[in-house]
Write a protein that binds this ligand. Sequence first.
Ligand code: NDP
Ligand code: 2IT
Length: 446
Amino acid sequence: MSSFVSDFMAEVKAKNPNEPEFHQAVQEVAESLVPVLERHTEYRKAKILERIVEPERVIMFRVPWVADNGDVRVNRGYRIEFNSAIGPYKGGLRFHPSVTLSILKFLGFEQIFKNSLTTLPMGGGKGGSDFDPKFKSRNEIMRFCQSFMTELYRHIGANTDVPAGDIGVGAQEIGFLFGQYKRIRNVYEGVLTGKGLTWGGSLIRPEATGFGVVYFANEMLKTRGQSFEGKTVAVSGFGNVAWGATIKATEMGAKVVTLSGPDGYIFDPDGVSGEKIDFMLELRASNQDIVKPYADRYGVEFHADKHPWEVKCDIALPCATQNELDENDAKALLANGCQCVCEGANMPSTPEAIERFLDSGILFGPAKAANAGGVATSGLEMTQNSIRMTWSREEVDRHLHTIMVNIHRSCIDAAAAYGMAGNYVAGANIAGFIKVADAMLAQGIV
Ligand code: NDP
Ligand code: 2IT
């Protein structure tokens, strides 16, 4: 099996050229699965890995819309329906100019294993567009969302494919998308998650990803007799995930000293707490995608064009975007005594950075386990829609907490079962894979 990964990756790369992010995500999973494929000849015989890297369906479409000044604009829309072995396709929509097929395939691929880890019946999917919401008016965003849904509606449904938010897609966009779906189909169903509270949404969904990251990190810390109490935390990003993580880390007694944007990072030695956390929502809603106004408002340091990983911290929570933490950042964190890195964003650490973390023996929580609380709470929103009931904040949070504790346990157990005790990367990939692989085996060659 030693050359298995390189042979397999050569094929994946030949078949999917110019998709570096997708290759990166597949390579990590394939490496983790070597001992599983060695032990389970049935997976090899049924070509589960070869099938799982091929999306069941890729939809690409034109999204034309009209700007406020009358200009006609054209963007590209996508939905990757990656795997439906354990449930309807489920995963977010990303609106960002950097969106490509490669980015959405990496996200859709990771989503398969993440959703499997949640224990809820959800397959893997992802979608989005290269549309840039920055500086767009509310009306422009609405017209774009309506045009996007005018094609997407025919491919999705509450039992088929249930999109949600991701970068650039929050409650406002989900509202516009839901309105257009309902108008075209004339059905009121849970076809999207992240909906507003008065029209089918779930309490805690906005906070869920960040809360889940902190719950997962806390479980990791507990294995070493530690907690968030009194710890200094570096957070990157200032969006939905960073916001939820900052609230929960602060609530658990830690001090969050950094936030970041594409313009640089802020360093707040007193901690981002209270109304400063609420200000994060204003920053994001301003649609300018910069974090510097925080430094101007609260009189703290702003470091232009830099990542926060040079700051001394006990815990690092990367919550911005893919490949935002490289090998040099990892070295800086380790040199400064960081004991725990837990990924809020999807694939924020490069493979070289992950290798450093694993070699150093610090606690490292990979995205597909650590940030699964967002999609898990989407699953809870789907449940509430199905039973036509809404649960209290406490009830949703209790489910979310239990799910994160269970995901942590699954990672520990799977890693130990395959001789890699304490390696959460291997544990998450293996535990997420086995459930989907068994479902694929049971359903025949489809
Ligand atoms: P938001 O749209 O709420 O936040 C925007 C974030 O996007 C900012 O923190 C910003 O951080 C980042 N961003 C800005 N400019 C760029 C750029 N040029 N390239 C890439 N990213 C940019 O997004 P979310 O908080 O929802 O998502 C953040 C991460 O968390 C993503 O990796 C997402 O896939 C992941 N995630 C989201 C979930 C959810 O439920 N929303 C669930 C699980 C994972 P910065 O400026 O520092 O780059
Ligand atoms: O990356 C993710 O897990 C998300 N953006 C959330 C997906 C969802 O369906 O809630």
